[in-house]
Design a binder for this molecule. Structure first.
Ligand SMILES: [Zn+2]
Length: 219
């Protein structure tokens, strides 16, 4: 029993640490991002509208898959897509949602990201989709996000932000930054006037195969 409690406490701390890292690194501002980690039959998720620098492990909210929460505060208003992603995706152990500047700039333009760089392969395919707009916190937004995440580890949310899905919270946070980097590079390409050339589906598949065999290192 104690081991379970220790594991839960570590997850609660990891959620707070990730929220703090998101803001310190510039991935996010204010309390608009939120983070979840699978826990048993449910999940642990950051609370709604609490300043991150005041969070204690007890402030993290436990959510059952039926949406019932337990804790001091209500769960993040985006609990539906956190819950639905973890329910639908056995490969997912954690979800990071934020409003990083370059991802959100593309999302405002309702643009996904094409295969401008081979690193897009770490997300599972040759593009990042942008889910159509729906109001924050809604079931419609969750449904649209889940569809945009088909066979992918990230998506953009039109006029809103992004979602990254990892097997662990560390991977989800890393993917969130890789996505923001791709978005920044694509934004830079678009400044040069013409649509950038893109890698083919086969070239991206070759990278996916290489990562599976050798890992990511290219040095
Ligand atoms: Zn948001």
């Amino acid at each position: 029993m104690k081991a379970d409690n220790d594991q839960e406490l570590a997850k609660r701390r990891a959620i707070i640490d990730t929220c703090l890292r998101m803001n310190a690194s510039g991935l996010n501002q204010g309390t608009s991002g939120n983070v979840s980690i699978r826990h048993g039959d449910g999940l642990l998720i950051s609370p709604a509208s609490r300043p991150y620098d005041t969070l204690e492990p007890e402030d993290v909210v436990h959510l059952a898959m039926d949406g019932t929460s337990s804790g001091r505060w209500p769960p993040s208003s985006e609990w539906r897509f956190h819950r639905d992603i973890l329910a639908a995706r056995p490969d997912a152990g954690a979800v990071v949602h934020a409003h990083p500047t370059y991802c959100t700039t593309l999302a405002i333009m309702e643009r996904g990201i094409p295969a401008i760089h081979y690193m897009i392969a770490v997300f599972g395919g040759a593009d990042i989709r942008c889910a159509p707009y729906a109001i924050y916190g809604s079931q419609e937004l969750s449904d649209l996000a889940l569809e945009a995440l088909t066979d992918r580890k990230a998506c953009l949310l039109a006029h809103h932000g992004m979602i990254a899905v990892g097997s662990t919270i560390e991977q989800a946070y890393w993917l969130a930054w890789e996505l923001e980097t791709l978005a920044r590079q694509y934004h830079g390409c678009l400044q040069l006037g013409s649509p950038p050339p893109v890698l083919s589906d086969q070239q991206i598949q070759d990278v996916i195969d290489k990562i599976a065999g050798y890992g990511l290192a290219d040095d």
